[in-house]
Design a binder for this molecule. Structure first.
Ligand code: CA
Length: 221
């Protein structure tokens, strides 16, 4: 699971990054929301931790902007602890609000809770659609109950698609999300992996739709 952390206080940012990385999350930490807006299309997070008082674009402004296009869960982390501040953040689309100071155990519990909610309270690690069953914990894939063997990158590609049905992904987004933000690979890598994944999915391969000159999306009929 990928968590974007937007926090200008370096010590806290580093602490959160250290802790979440140790807990097995992939983290991208940014010190302001302007940078986050630039990056969020390319490094698609599963959850965002958002500070409110930031240099430049404020946390609430960032929240309003991304809520126009994304349902990514957002947990606000802020020293502001008045009821009005909390209500304002929740009304603008925050999923939860954690006031500073907080313990990292508490933050992790909030992350787990928000993630569970986002998946309808079902077993948090399994996605199922169109006869395909993806277990995010064991990294096992089954099609019509038959195990399907995928490489790590193919698995990540498929899970990205299945977690966001209908969302259009550009090649660059897929490249940065699956292969990492800093890479020198070219987008043909994406095409090659999508082609192999499609072939392995046989009659389900059609779920991965090609949008000429744009990228791909996942559409289960
Ligand atoms: Ca701050």
């Amino acid at each position: 699971m990928r968590i974007m952390v937007i926090e200008d206080e370096a010590a806290l940012r580093e602490l959160i990054e250290y802790d979440l990385t140790k807990a097995g999350f992939a983290c991208l930490c940014l010190e302001n929301a302007n940078d986050a807006l630039m990056v969020v299309e390319d490094w698609v997070p599963d959850l965002i931790l958002l500070d409110l008082m930031l240099p430049g674009l404020q946390g609430l402004q960032f929240l309003e902007i991304i809520r126009k296009t994304r349902r990514t869960p957002v947990i606000v982390i802020s020293a502001r602890n008045s009821e009005n501040d909390i209500i304002a953040a929740l009304d603008r689309g925050a999923d939860d609000y954690v006031t500073k100071p907080f313990s990292l155990n508490y933050l992790e519990a909030k992350i787990r809770a928000v993630t569970r909610r986002g998946q309808g309270g079902l077993s948090s690690s399994v996605i199922e659609a169109g006869g395909i069953r993806l277990d995010l914990t064991s990294h096992k894939v089954k099609v019509d109950n038959q195990p399907l063997s995928l490489t790590q990158k193919e698995f990540e590609l498929l899970s990205l698609f299945m977690r966001s049905p209908g969302q259009v992904f550009s090649r660059n987004q897929l490249l940065n999300s699956v292969w990492g933000y800093d890479n020198e690979l070219i987008s043909r890598t994406v095409d090659a992996h999508v082609a192999t994944l499609r072939k392995k999915l046989t009659n389900r391969g059609k779920y991965i739709q090609t949008l000429p000159k744009i990228g791909y999306s996942w559409e289960v009929d």
